[in-house]
Structure formats: C-alpha cells, structure tokens
Design a protein around this ligand. Sequence first.
Ligand code: SAH
Length: 227
Amino acid sequence: MTFDATILTLYPDMFPGPLGLSLSGDALSRGVWSLEARNIRDHGLGRHKNVDDTPAGGGVGMVLRCDVLAAAIDASVPADDPRPKLLMSPRGKPLTQARVRELAAGPGIVIVCGRFEGVDERVIEGRGLEEVSIGDYVLSGGEMAAMVVLDACVRLLPGVMGKEASGQEESFETNRLEYPHYTRPREWEGRPIPDVLLGGNHATIEKWRRAESDRITRERRPDLLER
Ligand code: SAH
C-alpha cells in the first residue's frame, strides 16, 4: 500500500523540490509514496487563465476564486476519494505530531496550497477542506507548508527511516523535548562528552536522558508538560 499525495498549487514546478532528495526522495523513487502536483491554473478562466479576483467588500490583495479551485479539486480528486483534503492556512489548526501520525497511517493526502490573501471561504465549506497551519507566522504561499506536512508524514511510512524505532523516542512523541546528543570526538574545544554517556551503564544513561529531557522541556516548552 502506498501513500499517495496530490498537491493543488499554482507552482507545480516547486515539487518534489527538497522532497526529491534524501529519505523522502529515496522513498519516492522506491514507490513507498507517490506525489502528483496539479496546476490550479489549468482550470483558470478565459484567455489569461485567471484564478483570482479582488476581495468582496474591498481591501488589499487578491483572493483565489472558489469556482476555479473547486474545478481543480474535482478534476484531480474523485468524489469517493478516501484521502483527507487539507488546505494550508495560517488560520488552520496547528499541525501536531499526533495528526501527522494519523495522516501517515492513512491512504495519503490531498493538499491545497493557497496564495495571495487566501481562498474564497465557500470552497473550504463546499469541498470540506481541513485548514492546517504549520505555525504562527505568515508564508507567501502554501507550497512550503505542504512540503512540511509531507516530509513529516513520509518519514513515518514503513521502511523509510533506517530504524523504525527512531520515530518513537523523538520530541513530541511523549510530550517531551529530546535529550542532548553527543558523538566523537570525546572532547572538543575543551568540552567533554558527559561522563555518564561513556560509562556503559544503560540504566544510568536512561535515567540521565530522562532527567535532561524533563529539564529542557520545563525550560523551553512548559506548555507540553501540561498536555
Ligand atoms: N491573508 C492571510 C495570509 C495569506 S498567506 C492571513 O492573513 O491569514 C498565503 C497562503 O500561504 C495561504 O493561503 C496559505 O496557503 C499559505 N500559508 C501562509 N502561512 C501559512 C502557515 N503558517 N501555515 C500554513 N499555510 C500558510
């Protein structure tokens, strides 16, 4: 079973982009997942293939038309397609590792990338789009946000990461930030690797890591501990 991603964008050439390299790129060429980037402009109106118009009620910028976007969705996604349809949006529910896990366990995703001031509200309702944000800042378009969602999902697909286990112990899987990592050399610019990590006592190492993880989470993200 593969994980199939369909992206609706005004800039299909941005894909696969960075997703074509490294872990996700290897998995893409091995057929673990598939990626199809469709151009919204193919459904644009008139000789100039217009996709946007001025906001009703006035104001700056342009808004993606609902009829154009719906035509693009309908042409790429059959009505009985089981995949969740996401709209990248700063107004959306912030993406979490828990939602990423759910998405990665499913058949794939359809992602609509906004541009300009955003999209006409009616297509969000009419096509049941789930608005998802990747953080409290504003990007110029949804493409990079879509890549973030895809990268987070693809690395969880079976056989993508070297060790399956490496997905389990990481930040956010346990509502804890990860403990610090070290590797050779043993001492660097006067900074040694903590002795406990070199002692070979796995129980003590485990205890130290848990304590460090708690300390870092308390200092940086106390909100995680309350979840
Ligand atoms: N006027 C909008 C911002 C539009 S930014 C507002 O104030 O909310 C243009 C597009 O970039 C959006 O439609 C969305 O698809 C994408 N985008 C911008 N910031 C994002 C974020 N934090 N998460 C997900 N998508 C984002």
